[in-house]
Design a protein around this ligand. Sequence first.
Ligand SMILES: [Ca+2]
Ligand SMILES: [Ca+2]
Length: 171
Amino acid sequence: MLPLGLVVALVSLTLCEGQPNCHFGSKGVTFGESCYKFVHEHLSWPEAVTYCVALGGELVRIESAAEHNFLIQIAKQLKQNDTSFDIKDYWINLSDVIVQGEWAWLGNTRLDAPSDSPSNELASYVRWGPTQPDNTPREDCVGLWLQGDFLFGDWPCSTRLHAICEDSMGH
Ligand SMILES: [Ca+2]
Ligand SMILES: [Ca+2]
C-alpha cells in the first residue's frame, strides 16, 4: 500500500492537471479508466443516481477490490483534511430493489426499471462491512459505510447520504 503522503501528493497532482475526457473537470480524481467525483450533498439513492447522470456520469459501480481501495483512500483523506462538509456515508450504484438479496448494478439508473433490463448486472464484487447487509427495516440500497471503514452497508433508499459519481473516460 502507498504511504498516505504519496497518495495525497498523487491526488493533488491529478486534481491540478484536470482531465480533458472527464465530465467532472478539475474536480474529478482518476483511477484506471475512470474518474470520480465525491458529492457532499444530502441525497436519497434515486436522487444520487439522477445527480450523477446530470453531471455526465453515473453513480459509481465498484467492480474490483483495487477500485474500492482507491475510493476508500480518497474518502478517508477527505474526512481527515476537508472540514467544509459534514461527514457521511456515500451512496454507490448497488441495490437489490429488483430481486431481494440479489445485489446488482442498475445500468438503466432507475429504481422502477424492468427486471430484465439488459444493462442491469449482478455484482461480482461485494465487500460488506460488519453485520451488513442487515436489511433492517428494509434496506435495498448500498453505500460505503463510514463507521464500517467505508466497506459496503445497506440502507433504506430514501436515506440522505453523500454520493460518489463515476465517469468512464473516453466514452
Ligand atoms: Ca467502476
Ligand atoms: Ca444496513
